[in-house]
Design a protein around this ligand. Structure first.
Ligand code: SAH
Length: 479
């Protein structure tokens, strides 16, 4: 380690800040946020304090004197940012006086350096690379930003608020630590992180015997219903990623892509439960029972589903079962296949006057397609997104034609959307079954409506022709 990371209290005395331009502004902001009293020598004469809160601004004074000869008594540190040669000279002055000094991007003349900072209130993470690469430090910071819950600072503050009273009630240190681990990992911690401080407050006060709570051998289990999105792992939400990293066991659908399963913590148990076309799964009742049993044994359970849990995903049935069993649960939405496909193939689902509403429907098996009330789909300004519609394609076509939709209505079949082997076929309603055949296997969604005309490239398929060209060619051929 070339530099030791420490957290410095800057309230003791003025910090002298010398420099110009945006570099100076950036340091001014970070030092002010740390509560520093600042004496600023702005070489560019800019004494603007816009962007600082009133409290921070009140602690800033501008000095007109020459920093190289100014009185430095009482000063606790010197920072130069965009100060040019003055930085080097100030460094010599500071070192002679034994004052800590930072000259931006100049290790040789600095006795301390600034880390990349993740600032979440009471929780602050400093990332350093010994001054070798601020860009790498920033990348690491971004990773940490993504991993830390937004309200982690609130959690630290919450615990800080109860620390004294718990210290008085639990004498032994290891048991105290156990107490806080259980609070953080259980529903109380989850409430704080979800922004429901009042609920957390009531729950912690309701613990009548903190030692017994800490001694309980079973942690409090829970289930998170997590939407995995349509396939691209980068489309997982930050919350979903965190849940995958925290889980003790993951029950996942077969449809969830291997790249997403890769994001699960290595030592987590994985169980495939969903059914696949032509292959029965363990059944919804068995899934519910196993999830509930795992949660009741104290595990953090993730139920990982393709797309979104509440869009043709049986999330509703699962929370009913969890509620009935009294198991704590949460729901983390995901990007549903219809939205993933629209983005992947650049089909705007609504468009000015052309499409003013959207219907998501399932046409699972031709038999069910018969149960769809096609008469509600007559509006030509409605975009229809069909899930599980591949085998039912002839029934979907028949239903929409019977509802009065033109056989020339643009349709798109989009298979394996957001995955590397995604494929699309675009044409007219009359050719729907043929288009399905052309995409070579599912899963696929069908998008039906005038907006399909606006689709972008059918990447990886026929990039030479735009969808509008394909459709007009088809129309020409039909005449
Ligand atoms: N809950 C899921 C839908 C599950 S139903 C969601 O919100 O997306 C299964 C159907 O979803 C499939 O038959 C198919 O129509 C669609 N689907 C799921 N993943 C898909 C993908 N990567 N590409 C295209 N369609 C997909």
């Amino acid at each position: 380690m070339r530099f030791l990371p420490v957290f410095l209290d800057l309230k003791a005395g003025p910090v002298v800040l010398i420099g110009a331009g945006e570099l100076l502004r950036a340091k001014l902001r970070v030092l002010a946020a740390a509560g520093a009293r600042l004496r600023v020598h702005a070489i560019d004469g800019n004494q603007e304090l816009a962007g600082l809160g009133a409290d921070d601004a009140a602690r800033v004074e501008f000095a007109d004197s020459d920093p190289l000869t100014a009185d430095l008594s009482g000063v606790i540190a010197i920072v130069c940012a965009g100060a040019g040669d003055i930085g080097v000279a100030m460094s010599a002055r500071a070192k002679a006086l034994g004052l800590p000094v930072n000259v931006m991007d100049d290790l040789e003349h600095s006795s301390f350096i600034f880390p990349a900072i993740v600032d979440r209130g009471d929780v602050v993470v400093a990332v350093g690379t010994g001054g070798t690469s601020p860009v790498v430090a920033r990348r690491v910071r971004e990773r940490i930003e993504a991993l830390l819950p937004a309200r982690i600072g609130d959690l630290a503050e919450f615990i800080g608020g109860f620390r004294k009273s718990i210290n008085e009630r639990i004498a032994e240190f290891p048991l105290r630590r156990r107490f806080w681990e259980r609070v953080i990992d259980g529903p109380i911690g989850a409430s704080v992180l979800a922004g429901r401080k009042g609920e957390a407050d009531a729950a912690i006060r309701a613990i009548s015997d903190p030692s017994a709570f800490a001694r309980a051998d079973k942690p409090e289990g829970s289930v998170a219903l997590v939407g995995a999105g349509p396939g691209d792992p980068d489309l997982l939400t930050i919350k979903a990623l965190r849940a995958l990293q925290d889980a003790d066991i993951v029950f996942h659908d077969e449809l969830v892509s291997p790249e997403i399963l890769d994001r699960i913590r290595r030592d987590t148990t994985r169980v495939a439960v969903g059914r696949r076309v032509g292959k029965p799964g363990i059944g919804q009742d068995a899934i519910n029972k196993r999830m509930i049993a795992a949660a009741q044994s104290g595990q953090r359970v993730v139920r990982l589903k393709g797309g979104d849990p509440f869009v043709f995903g049986r999330g509703g049935e699962e929370i009913e079962a969890l509620r009935a069993a009294g198991v704590a649960y949460s729901i983390i939405p995901g990007i549903t296949a219809g939205l993933g496909g629209a983005a992947d193939f650049e089909v705007p689902l609504t468009f000015r006057h052309e499409a003013t509403r959207i219907t998501f429907l399932t046409a699972h098996k031709a038999r069910d397609a018969d149960t769809v009330d096609w008469s509600t789909l007559t509006d030509t300004r409605m975009t229809v997104v069909v899930y599980m519609g591949m085998t039912a394609a002839p029934a979907v076509r028949a239903g929409l034609l019977a509802a009065g939709r033109s056989p020339e209505t643009p349709v798109g079949v989009f298979a394996r959307v957001t995955r590397p082997d995604a494929q699309g076929a675009i044409g007219m309603l009359r050719d729907l079954p043929e288009l399905v055949r052309r995409t070579h296997g599912g899963p696929a969604i069908l998008i039906i409506g005038d907006v399909v005309r606006h689709a972008g490239s059918l990447h990886r398929q026929t990039p030479q022709q735009t969808p509008t060209q394909i459709i007009s060619d088809l129309l020409d051929a039909a005449e």
